[in-house]
Ligand binder design. Structure first.
Ligand code: HEM
Length: 531
């Protein structure tokens, strides 16, 4: 009854807004695309409820091209985009003219508050200016020591746990590893997750993600529809509707704000603690700043901790999970990485503390990392909103309904663009005829990659432009260190009859076991010690 009332009210609001707002506009219909099945839900429900993340988007791209007409909620036009030039235009050239979709803002705001991942325009530029310093290339060498120390701890703990179990859930350890390194490097705080300390905040984060991937209900779709179609001031009200997902997101946010207040207390009160250029030092300095272009309010400061723990923990932990699974199922690639790492350690003659440039010098290690990010982009599809009528340039012509070809796509204010990074990352025109298959050698065999989109390896996995991933260097080094130590210490093989797949979790994906998607993220592998 409660949900029916909300549902009716929101649908009515959207309908009224559509009629008096943007309703009687010309519709963008000349592009080809799948037939619409529902005026109310368009293709959104099918995409949200699919069992494999990004699969439909990829199928439609294969069938109709890199710019596909789709339908969004309540008759709204939508564009599914994977074209390299089109994505460059949206993310690099006009990031604020194409802000995040209202549904994405609703989801992330409920989780993280007014942090870097949520705010837009000048507010975003101000926060990004403050925080960019902590992720500059000059900071990278300082991270390596912490990453190695924590990766060694992870290996030690896995070895101990392995004595009593037949398989190891990689996600359990990659999550703890990612949390501890983030705590130490960004906030000078040891969460002690690898050492076995119970971190309730961490539990809430997994719970929020798992709830988002398994408890989506119809009302969540209606909320998403309202967030996309109604003015943005309504979003805070929508996040108060107590669906299981909204409740789990809010609980995570409350936990992380409390943890942030505790962790940040010292730096906020003691000027000496503000001297370092890490996230903690920069946030505390910005809070005390009197320069409006550098000033952050307390809620913005607290929001950054949940932002970084969310953006920098699950992403790395799940990417590492996918990578370990790929190495387990491609033993030749695993062996090649191992030989590279062993040769490097032999050259270093027992000096186990490697420099970032040592990891960069291992071609096969870096090729498997890129290939994993290509095949499994954790943010597989990002929604964007059109704020002005415009035309998106395309690098690949698309065939229109009347059979003619177009090299640009007109978009109108209010349209929705779903940017499929998964489809882009697998375009044969960019990556070659084997684009849909795992093949790390593509990065080494001298072939041309026909795109310069993205921040790393021509991939869109870290997005691009002013809102691209601030932590991409951090993530790549983390993956280099953890992968090198895992293959040096263990032979990884899959558990018989267990298949890991990409399961959607709102705009992200998690690695989950086929048939056990409801159990959330897990990558069980058999590990054999290498002495
Ligand atoms: C493999 C690991 C990672 C992947 C695949 C990844 C991917 C992404 C993507 C696709 C975005 C754009 C999201 C959007 O526009 O909606 C993003 C943004 C962001 N990432 Fe990452 N990320 C990773 C690791 C990290 C790490 C380690 C950190 C921090 C230490 C981090 C911090 C952030 C932040 C704060 C943003 C928001 C940036 C902004 O809006 O200005 N990420 N990331």
């Amino acid at each position: 009854m409660f949900y029916s009332g909300i549902l009716l009210a929101l649908v009515t609001l959207v309908f009224v807004h559509r009629i008096f707002g943007v309703g009687l506009r010309r519709k963008q219909s000349r592009l080809c695309g799948p037939p619409n099945e529902s005026w109310l839900l368009g293709h959104e429900a099918r995409m949200q409820f699919q069992l494999s993340a990004g699969k439909l988007e990829q199928e439609w791209t294969n069938e109709y091209g890199t710019a596909v007409r789709i339908s969004s909620f309540a008759g709204q036009s939508g564009l599914l985009l994977s074209d390299p030039k089109g994505l460059q235009y949206v993310f690099n050239e006009k990031p604020y003219q194409y802000p995040k979709g209202g549904d994405n803002v609703m989801f992330t705001a409920a989780l993280m508050g007014r942090g870097l991942g949520v705010v837009t325009g000048q507010e975003h530029q101000r926060q990004r200016r403050v925080l960019n310093v902590a992720f500059a290339p000059s900071m990278v060498p300082g991270w390596a020591v912490i990453f190695q120390d924590r990766a060694e701890k992870m290996i030690e703990m896995i070895r101990t746990q392995k004595e009593t179990t037949t398989s190891t859930n990689i996600i359990e350890w990659s999550t703890k590893f990612a949390m501890d390194v983030l705590g130490l490097t960004a906030f000078r705080h040891d969460f002690g997750a690898l050492a076995g300390t119970d971190v309730p905040h961490n539990r809430e984060l997994s719970n929020a993600f798992n709830t988002a991937s398994t408890r989506l209900i119809f009302v969540d779709l209606i909320l998403a529809m309202a967030a996309i179609r109604l003015p943005s001031w309504i979003i805070p009200f929508l996040t108060r509707v107590p669906t299981p997902i909204q409740q789990a997101l809010r609980r995570y946010k409350d936990f992380s704000y409390r943890a942030a207040a505790e962790v940040m207390h010292g730096a906020l009160t003691d000027p000496k603690e503000r001297q370092d250029k890490d996230v903690l030092g920069l946030l505390a300095t910005a809070y005390h700043s009197e320069d409006p272009s550098q000033k952050l309010q307390m809620d913005e400061v607290l929001a950054q901790m949940s932002t970084f723990l969310l953006a920098g923990q699950e992403t790395v932990a799940n990417s590492l999970g996918f990578l370990m699974y790929e190495l387990a199922t491609h033993p030749d690639d695993q062996q090649q990485v191992r030989e590279e790492v062993q040769a490097l350690y032999a050259k270093k003659a027992g000096n186990t503390h490697l420099e970032p440039r040592d990891y960069d010098s291992l071609p096969y290690l870096n090729a498997v990392i890129k290939e994993c990010l290509r095949m499994h982009p954790i943010a597989h599809t990002l929604p964007r909103r059109v704020t002005e009528d415009d035309a998106l340039p395309l690098s690949e012509p698309v065939t229109l309904e009347d059979g003619t070809q177009a090299t640009s796509v007109p978009v109108q204010k209010g349209d929705r663009i779903l940017c499929s990074f998964l489809a882009y990352n697998r375009l044969p025109s960019v990556w070659g005829p084997d684009a849909s298959k795992w093949n790390p050698r593509r990065f080494l065999d001298g072939r041309e990659i026909n795109s310069n989109a993205g921040m790393f390896g021509n991939l869109m996995s870290f997005s691009a432009g002013a809102r691209g991933c601030i932590g991409w260097r951090f993530a790549v080094l983390e993956m280099q260190v953890a992968t090198a130590l895992m293959v040096k210490n263990f032979e990884l093989s899959p558990v018989p009859d267990v298949k890991v797949k990409m399961v959607p979790s709102q705009f992200l994906m998690i690695p989950a076991v086929d048939g056990k998607e409801g159990e959330g993220a897990q990558v069980p592998l058999i590990l054999k010690n290498i002495d």
